[in-house]
Write a protein that binds this ligand. Structure first.
Ligand code: AMP
Length: 393
């Protein structure tokens, strides 16, 4: 039996899982997920060669009904497919670590209670993360569990970046900017040290453009500001989330149109962003293929807000040495990368159109003062790295 680390990323409608060999190389052994939990669930697992080792779909209304059942199902599938591995630690993606947690932590009953107390700050995500922790404690009793936070990487922000101009007592109550996607940014910052060490300590903006989207300003490999704030709603428009919005709009909807918290949550989290603007889809691929005026306008708004934040974060950094695109859209859409960089020569950005079109890692032109890169993010690997570090004490 050889040792392995299991990584669990329990999101709102899907659970991703990945098994890594517990040594320095952290080779990926198995990866899979359960999708459409509570609807028509599907579970699949693939091994390192990409061969499907488990694939199960249930009709509507059958199969695992909730996260707990889905976690038990995929946990059992992993145990069957990796019978020759001993799971020695389990790392979890946890969306919120609060203001204090700047690093991953081994979960004990006190930490479990601390994370549960943060649920009001992330009601759509934290309960699923906790369900993942509880399910794994049941499946693998006594095995070390580690919480890795989406907020932790941003804990070094200066006060002005993390504060709202509300009466001071609100900040003390936790009403402040936390920033998210921290595991992705930590991974990209680490990768930069390998692939472009000459800029890894410079002034870097990372654009994590996926179904969730945000941007982060890095100096010396550390986050100094991010477009996401108190929740993962702020900043860029996303698949179904609005991004930045004048709070006066919300006051108006409450006072004049009868919206309550549930209706606002539905609107801002599930009906807005690319989906709301296009009236078609939250999926960038579908919008790029659609060719309708509304889809084009949704894409234009997405690009406009990225460019606006790029200017703002460059100002925060006092200049720019590198721009990095990552996540589903950032890694895979030459069109979006080109549109973001178009006419940005004033900032020192010149894209190499051919390198961008073929999806090279280095996509800036030789004369570009700012390096532009396309890097694949890997939040699961980042969790495995942190979990291994804590396992070794
Ligand atoms: P993520 O949340 O990081 O998995 O990213 C999901 C987003 O990436 C969705 O909007 C996808 O449509 C988008 N995406 C994935 N592949 C492509 C592609 N080849 N071109 C454009 N968008 C893509």
């Amino acid at each position: 039996m050889t040792d392995a680390i299991l990584v669990v990323n329990a999101g709102s409608s899907s659970i991703k899982i990945e098994l890594f060999a517990a040594d320095d190389a952290l080779a990926s052994l198995l990866a899979g997920q359960v999708e459409a939990i509570g609807l028509a669930p599907r579970l699949f697992l693939r091994d390192a060669a990409g061969t499907t080792v488990a694939d199960q779909a249930w009709p509507q209304g059958e199969g695992p009904r909730d996260h707990r059942a889905a976690l038990a199902a995929i946990g059992a599938a992993v145990a069957r497919a990796a019978a020759d591995r001993r799971i020695v630690a389990i790392g979890h993606r946890v969306v919120h670590g609060g203001a204090a947690r700047a690093a991953p932590v081994v979960i004990d009953p006190a930490v479990r209670a601390e994370l549960a107390a943060l649920t009001p700050l992330a009601p759509l995500h934290q309960p699923h993360n906790l369900a993942g922790i509880d399910a794994m404690a049941e499946l693998h009793p006594g095995v070390m569990q580690v919480a890795c936070f989406d907020t932790a990487f941003h804990r070094g922000h200066p006060w002005v970046a993390d504060t709202f101009a509300l009466p001071r007592a609100f900040h003390a109550r936790g009403i402040r900017r936390y920033g998210f996607h921290g595991l992705s940014y930590a991974y990209v910052a680490m990768r930069l040290r390998d692939v472009a060490p000459e800029i890894a300590d410079g002034r870097v903006v990372v654009a994590h453009l996926g179904n969730g989207a945000s941007m982060c300003a890095l100096r010396g490999g550390r986050s100094i500001d991010s477009t996401m704030g108190f929740t993962a709603l702020d900043g860029l428009p996303m698949g179904t989330r609005s991004g930045q919005i004048d709070p006066g709009v919300l006051l108006h909807l409450i006072a004049a149109e009868g919206y309550d918290a549930a209706a606002l949550t539905r609107l801002l989290y599930h009906e807005s962003g690319l989906k709301g603007l296009s009236g078609l889809s939250s999926d960038m691929r579908a919008l790029e293929a659609a060719g309708t005026a509304e889809a084009a306008e949704a894409i234009a708004y997405f690009v406009y807000r990225i460019r606006r934040e790029l200017g703002a974060l460059a100002a925060v950094l006092g200049g720019l040495d590198a721009l990095v695109f990552t996540a589903g859209i950032g890694e895979n859409s030459p069109r979006i990368r080109a549109a973001v960089c178009d006419g940005m020569d004033w900032l020192g950005i010149a894209l190499d159109a051919a390198a961008n079109a073929r999806g090279a890692m280095a996509i800036s032109a030789p004369e570009s003062r700012v390096r532009v890169l396309r890097l694949a993010t890997d939040e699961e690997r980042m969790i495995a790295i942190e979990t291994l570090r804590l396992l070794r004490g």
